[in-house]
Design a protein around this ligand. Structure first.
Ligand code: ATR
Length: 274
């Protein structure tokens, strides 16, 4: 019988994870089954326990349960501890659940490996200060950017994340303050403004001559933020599809000990999305 994995969320019908992991399994010859699991909003822990009691091997966790998964894990990796959120649960032989977070490493690998974007020594601006942004800070800091600036609609939330950026020059700003900033080499949009077709209010002149922008969300639809970045002369405008596949590849590696190639999977999903 194949080893059993799933992605748990609510809603979860839209999740691309089953498709991604099926492509990884096909590519690597790993014998796995990977399903979607919708947990009731008040019943996450029970759903997870039942899955593992029935012999499940590992779970990916998506909205809105990543913080609950963090609490449920018996122990956590340093990067999950730091993120305050868990997107990967691994069942160990003794039955204990390890919680990890592969979102940040997924984002960094997509930028560096798939888009040749340098983070080390560059000025990096992050837009947003919610759970998604918190999850990527440690892997970004580990790349040693010259400076990390977090801008958010609610300034206090951006300020609250600064202690998590220990070791690099860092600052928290409101969007209005951005007009006075020097240009940035990399701008990462981690706000959820795009869900309503919007984007944070950004001034002209925010991007350096060779700047890249990265959006954490993905989808076939256009994006106001990436349109804005192209108008502003960004050299690369990147959506979140590569990050999605890279974080999945890291989960697959944690579970199976095999690292799948991501480029053909990104290409196939891109084609699916039209
Ligand atoms: P997630 O887990 O996706 O990060 P979240 O914790 O609700 O979700 O955070 C959403 C982020 O998008 C926040 O930074 C939010 O700004 P506030 O902290 O001020 O709420 C930001 N955001 C949402 N809608 C926005 C909009 N229309 N313009 C700018 N920022 C927006």
């Amino acid at each position: 019988m194949p080893d059993h994995y799933a992605v748990v969320g609510n809603p979860v019908a839209h999740s691309q994870s089953p498709r991604i992991h099926a492509l990884f399994a096909e590519q690597t010859g790993e014998d796995i089954r990977y399903d979607r699991l919708e947990a009731p909003l008040e019943g996450f822990a029970d759903r997870v326990r039942t899955f593992f009691d029935q012999g499940g091997h590992g779970l990916n966790v998506t909205v809105p349960f990543k913080q609950e998964a963090w609490q449920l894990a018996d122990f956590r990796t340093p990067r999950a501890e730091h993120a305050g959120a868990v997107n990967t649960l691994i069942r160990h032989a003794d039955g204990r659940l390890e919680g990890d977070n592969t979102d940040g490493v997924g984002l960094v690998r997509d930028l560096i490996n798939n888009h040749d974007v340098l983070i080390r020594g560059r000025r990096v601006l992050i837009l947003g200060a919610g759970g998604a942004v918190r999850g990527i800070l440690l892997p970004l800091v580990e790349q040693a950017p010259l400076e990390l600036v977090i801008a958010n609609r609610t300034l206090s939330r951006a300020e609250g994340l600064l202690p998590l950026c220990h070791g690099v020059t860092r600052d928290a700003l409101a969007f209005d303050d951005l007009a006075a900033e020097h240009p940035f080499d990399l701008v990462i949009n981690g706000t959820s403004a795009g869900l309503d077709g919007g984007m944070p209010p950004l001034p002209d002149g925010l991007l350096s001559a060779d700047a890249a922008v990265q959006e954490m969300a993905y989808g076939a639809d256009g994006s106001a933020f990436r349109d804005w970045a192209r108008d502003q002369g960004a050299s690369r405008t990147i959506d979140g599809l590569g990050m999605l596949v890279e974080q999945a590849a890291e989960s697959f590696f944690l579970w199976r000990g095999v690292r799948p190639r991501t480029a053909p999977v990104i290409e196939e999903l891109r084609a699916d999305l039209g």
